[in-house]
Design a protein around this ligand. Sequence first.
Ligand SMILES: C[S@@+](CC[C@H](N)C(=O)[O-])C[C@H]1O[C@@H](n2cnc3c(N)ncnc32)[C@H](O)[C@@H]1O
Length: 111
Amino acid sequence: MAVHANGRLRQTTLKLARSSFDYRPLLRNPAPAAYHATELGALFEGDCLDLLPSVQDEVIDTVFADPPFNLGKEYGDRTNDLRPDYLEWCSRWLAECARILRIDREITSVL
Ligand SMILES: C[S@@+](CC[C@H](N)C(=O)[O-])C[C@H]1O[C@@H](n2cnc3c(N)ncnc32)[C@H](O)[C@@H]1O
């Protein structure tokens, strides 16, 4: 992360809390179980359009997405990378990302 300090850009280090990370307050009931969780975060496995609706409004600081590009690439059985509804599908997951982000926070997507 670069921050402006005394007129100069300065590199800083992201500080991660070492206390136990409890993701459950960020989720609505019934909350999905994490596939893997540590004190640094939680990993969920599944379709983003099934998982994102479980996240509370405006509780997320940053969203980073690297979605399929609809170029017919093989990602396994559960992904269709040649969707006729690609833009509509993108607008659905982007709308969920906008809903869960705190005001003035950021979404970055590889598109
Ligand atoms: C461009 S690749 C990103 C790869 C990733 N950045 C990595 O380094 O492994 C797109 C990924 O999105 C996943 N994907 C496709 N549709 C999805 C969906 N509806 N929900 C969650 N992930 C999805 C695919 O399985 C694929 O792994």
